[in-house]
Design a binder for this molecule. Sequence first.
Ligand SMILES: [Ca+2]
Ligand SMILES: [Ca+2]
Length: 199
Amino acid sequence: MRNQIIKLIFLSILTTTYFGCSSDSNSDDCETITCLNGGTFVDCECECPLGYTGNNCSTQVRPSKVIITKAIVKVFPNTDNGEFWDLSIPDAEDALPDIYITLQDSNLITIYDSPTFYENVISGEGTFFEFTLTPPVELTVYDNPFLVNIWDYDTTGEDDFMTSFGFFAYTSNNNFPDIITVVSQSDEILVDLEVTYEW
Ligand SMILES: [Ca+2]
Ligand SMILES: [Ca+2]
């Protein structure tokens, strides 16, 4: 009996020691990390969502493509320095611009040219003009800017160039926005580009 009690005490010391060690080594190996950008802490490390990497998911993975699916034109100049865009047309409504967009790369190569336009439209009345890009435009260059151009479609002669502004498809700390907002300091142009990403 005495032997058994000693055995039990010994066992219990062993068990305590074992668990004590275990919890010590656990806390050494497994320092809790706060996982950023929607990462989850699993098996002592951060499992990062698509697009993020690093110890705590704070580093963006450079996408292989930034894909523009839609352009929403919100602001454009209603007049050409005070003159109507369609001067030759006496009717006031027809004198308004007939807008469409193009996209250009930094070499001014046109990479998208909208096949449709909105007839006789005014900017600034809360109406937005959507262009669904079919097929979507895939951008793979991130070091140089692209241009959004707004044009007035004319049935005769060359179309009138209305306004333009540059944007970057991607920066390494932009958190992959769903919308790239293209806006000039003078607020002469405001276009939202809806984008998706591939890695
Ligand atoms: Ca015109
Ligand atoms: Ca017109």
